[in-house]
Design a protein around this ligand. Structure first.
Ligand SMILES: *Cc1c(COP(=O)(O)O)cnc(C)c1O
Length: 430
């Protein structure tokens, strides 16, 4: 795709250029396997000597078209789709980390990633140091060890809505010879392009805004192609020394800028699975066409509702990086000048009771454990995601009993505000 095109154009055209008489929409290659005329042709594929499809766990034309669309949106050189966002994060890490290694991770991240990095990867011998996105340079520098292999953070974090100073984190990671991996799920490439600020790898849960209609769970890893693995060869032997499972090929030598994604596909996807279904990928590809329009609406609706809630006398506090008083307002303006995302959190003055009254009286917004969907949904962490915690434990986890999380959809904003207004009228302040 022509790299001078705007992101709106790429969303519609990247990854699929039909020839004369071919399908206009990305076709669904719902096939596990692909046929060849000679043993030799097929053998070359197994040796990574020629390009082509043989088994959908490794590569599939529908998956490749959509992966290449997302790579283009992020301004990367290659991408790999996975069956979930969690799988994308796991593979992005395992591609360069093994037992005995260490990573640094922002502490304001998605709960699933927090468990992955803090609990499950530890059992694999990979240790993680968590640091707030607001840590000082000194604290960040002090976290590096000789076996540190990467730094990880979310551009806009789920659910805290903290904004990562991508340039600062990338700079310090590079000074230590390791890449910065950014989870760009909430901002999407429409609002934030982490590669422009020095991030090396981007991961996504495509389940969220990219899909946007609550239809498929999926993930994606995108490589900028900018990190020089060979310059830090001693840290990344998996990329820069022979892979015995492929007759000793060296990924950086054979694939250059495509080394990281080729290794993730031909080694990790081969051995661990987590391949998306081509049908799910088709849905994702189609949803990407309208991503810029939806994101614009999500953000303008969220800002209007954040302002409405902030001025409401039954609301004590609103957290949205697009509000001028927000802690991350300036940083968000720098990295996401068009807006951040459609998720807001707000604290009701009446605490737990008030939050429950508010949610139970909403008619248009639905109660759902999901975010980043066209349909507005709400969640009460104290009753749902963090239900097992006492009020004291909630407060120490930074979640007050009266906190509600709202994922603002693309409905007409007046209807959403009217719904919230009537639901708030039932809230009693004792
Ligand atoms: C949802 C989410 C994930 C996990 O993605 P799944 O597709 O649910 O596996 C990872 N990171 C962020 C920021 C998320 O919001």
């Amino acid at each position: 795709m022509n790299h001078t095109y705007h992101v709106e154009t790429k969303c519609v055209h990247s990854g699929w250029n039909p020839e004369n008489g071919e399908a206009r929409q990305i076709p669904i290659y719902q096939s596990t396997t692909f046929k060849y005329n000679s043993t030799d042709e097929m053998g070359k594929l197994f040796d990574l000597e020629s390009n082509g499809y043989f088994y959908t766990r490794l590569q599939n034309p529908t998956n490749d078209a959509v992966a290449s669309r997302i790579a283009d949106l992020e301004g990367g050189v290659a991408a790999m789709l996975t069956s979930s966002g969690q799988a994308a994060i796991l593979f992005a890490i395992l591609n360069i980390c093994e037992a005995g290694d260490h990573m640094i991770c922002a502490s304001e991240i998605y709960g699933g990633t927090l468990n992955l990095a803090g609990v499950t990867l530890k059992k694999f011998g990979i240790n993680c140091t968590f640091l707030s996105v607001d840590c000082t340079d000194e604290e960040l520098l002090a976290a590096f060890r000789p076996n540190t292999k990467l730094v990880f953070g979310e551009s806009v974090s789920n659910p805290a809505l903290a904004v990562l100073d991508i340039e600062r984190f990338a700079h310090i990671a590079h000074e230590h010879g390791v890449p910065l991996i950014v989870d760009n799920t909430f901002a999407t490439p429409i609002n934030c392009q982490p590669f422009k600020w020095g991030a090396d790898i981007v991961v996504h849960s495509t389940t969220k805004y990219m899909d946007g209609h609550a239809t498929q769970v999926g993930g994606c890893i995108v490589d900028s192609g900018n990190f020089d693995w060979e310059a830090h060869s001693e840290k990344f032997p998996g990329l820069t020394t022979p892979d015995l499972s492929y007759h000793g090929i060296i990924y950086t030598k054979k694939f250059g800028k495509l080394a990281y994604i080729t290794k993730a596909t031909s080694q990790l996807m081969r051995d661990l699975g987590a391949t998306p279904s081509p049908f799910n990928t088709f849905l994702l590809g189609m949803s990407l066409e309208s991503l810029p329009l939806r994101i614009e609406r999500h953000c303008s609706n969220a800002l209007a509702i954040a302002n409405f809630l902030q001025n409401h006398d039954k609301v004590s506090y609103v957290n949205y990086p697009g509000l001028s008083g927000n802690k991350y307002y300036e940083r968000a303006k720098k990295y996401m000048p068009k807006g951040t995302c459609g998720v807001i959190s707000a604290e009701l003055k009446g605490g737990r009771e008030a939050a429950v009254q508010f949610l139970d009286h909403l008619q248009l917004a639905s109660i759902a454990t999901h975010v980043a969907d066209a349909k507005t949904c709400v969640l009460h962490p104290a009753s749902h995601t963090h239900r097992q915690l006492t009020d004291e434990q909630l407060v120490s986890a930074g979640i007050s009993p009266g906190l509600v999380r709202l994922s603002i959809g693309i409905e007409h904003v007046d209807d959403l505000i009217a719904d919230m207004e009537q639901a708030l009228s039932y809230v009693t302040l004792i």
